[in-house]
Write a protein that binds this ligand. Structure first.
Ligand code: ZN
Ligand code: ZN
Length: 423
């Protein structure tokens, strides 16, 4: 940064989210967590120069999803803005989701001629769903636009876009085999204000399910499957309706220009939804093969252009789900070497937080409610006595134990961007 910093100047904010980094002690690692076990001098130095704490991304003992956790880290109350998995699954597979859309998680399934579900996963279909999906995407039913996109294996997402829609409808998916496809109905009683919208939405959904049977049952892909002795994926079973929420944009809420450097489409989708820019970073895959160096360089570039940058690195979560303690610890070391480069190039006008969106303990192989470590550094940020960056050391830091949705307000304050409450 060229010009000298003056007291009270607004700083930039960098929020680094190492996905699923938090863990529990692992026997294989001498009863240390992967973070305690890893070689991580840059992280320890960072912790020793700033203020530390631990964080419950959603709340104490709550196991966060990456979607709800990132909403909280962006300052939103997940209990207000998270309207179910549908819209966020849609964001996660890169669909263009708009406020007011009603989204459903779906399965490709198999039904017989009586519309009885014989396989809820269409024989765990792996191939051909893109072609099948194309025959449904872009349809229009009673003035409602149908957006349909297959995800992995038998999964897919359906979006209804149009006027007079409501997410308070029951599932068409009967959730078990041997049952007829359910008719969707309003899940509110008939004197509720949104009953008419729910009734209309259920009607559109039922027509879509029927249309899906007509289009898919006759589809070439299914004729081939049947010929090969495989089950036809001849119907779509939607469930879990959710309305894409109206969320105030980061720029409107905080007056900050912001961007997100991430590989996984779920995080990119959420950040795009709240108005952040999503630069294309070559080599950022969202996997363990991601180009960390390219991401660090992208962060530096984005910090030049924006007030707020979020970085997500996904790999540690994957090692957690795989139960690979040594791999997780080794990858922490790999990230640490890149952080050394980042920290020495970042300039002095940035308030930086290093944390995780949740713990993914290798002993659980899934997300847990264990709080995550947090350290914040920047100009005039208080320095506490913590000199190691890990789940246990940070717990004794000056920040104490905070909630995920309080992190951004804390950083805004440290960056001199917070509005005064009162006179
Ligand atoms: Zn996550
Ligand atoms: Zn995960």
């Amino acid at each position: 940064m060229a010009e000298a910093l003056k007291p009270g100047d607004a700083r930039k904010i960098l929020l680094m989210v190492l996905d699923g980094m938090g863990d529990r002690p692992v026997k294989e690692l001498g009863s240390k967590t992967p973070l305690q076990y890893a070689a991580k001098r840059a992280m320890d130095k960072f912790a020793s120069e700033g203020t530390c704490g631990i964080m419950d991304t959603i709340g104490r003992g709550i196991r966060p999803g990456s979607d709800t956790a990132h909403l909280a880290l962006l300052g939103y109350n997940p209990y207000e803005v998270y309207t179910g998995r549908g819209p966020f699954e849609a964001l996660g597979i890169g669909m263009d989701v708009r406020a007011g859309d009603v989204a459903f998680r779906c399965n490709f399934a198999t039904v017989d001629t009586r519309m009885v579900v014989t396989d809820r996963r269409a024989g765990r279909i792996r191939e051909g769903t893109d072609e099948l999906g194309r025959s449904l995407d872009g349809m229009e039913i009673d003035g409602v636009k149908i957006l349909f996109k297959p995800a992995v294996e038998h999964r897919a997402v359906l979006i209804l876009r149009g006027k007079g829609l409501c997410a308070k409808v029951t599932d068409a998916d009967p959730h078990s085999e041997g049952q007829k496809v359910h008719e969707s109905n309003p899940s509110v009683n008939n004197n509720a204000t949104d009953f008419k919208d729910a009734e209309f939405t259920a009607k559109v959904l039922n027509k879509f399910v029927l249309e899906s049977y007509k289009a898919l049952n006759a589809h070439l892909v299914n004729k081939e499957r049947t010929k090969n002795g495989e089950l036809p994926a001849n119907i779509i079973l939607p469930r879990g309706a959710g309305m894409a929420p109206h969320i105030p944009k980061i720029s409107d809420r905080y007056g900050m220009k912001s961007s997100c450097v991430a590989g996984i489409s779920l995080v990119k989708g959420i950040c795009r939804y709240v108005g952040m820019e999503i630069p294309d970073v070559k080599g950022a895959t969202g996997g363990t093969d991601t180009d960390l160096g390219a991401k660090m360089k992208a962060v530096l570039r984005e910090l030049d252009k924006n007030d707020f940058v979020l970085l997500n690195i996904k790999a540690l979560d994957i090692f957690g789900h795989d139960g690979d303690a040594k791999g997780k610890a080794a990858y922490i070391g790999k990230i640490d070497r890149q952080l050394k480069f980042l920290f020495s190039n970042i300039g002095e006008n940035v308030v930086v937080a290093l944390t995780a969106d949740h713990s993914t303990p290798v002993s659980v192989r899934d997300h847990s409610g264990d709080p995550v470590p947090l350290a914040i550094c920047g100009p005039h940020v208080r320095k506490d006595v913590i000199i190691k960056y890990d789940e246990v050391s940070c717990a004794s830091g000056a920040l104490g134990r905070i909630r995920g949705m309080d992190l951004l307000p804390v950083m805004l304050d440290l960056a001199n961007r917070s509005e005064k409450y009162g006179a």
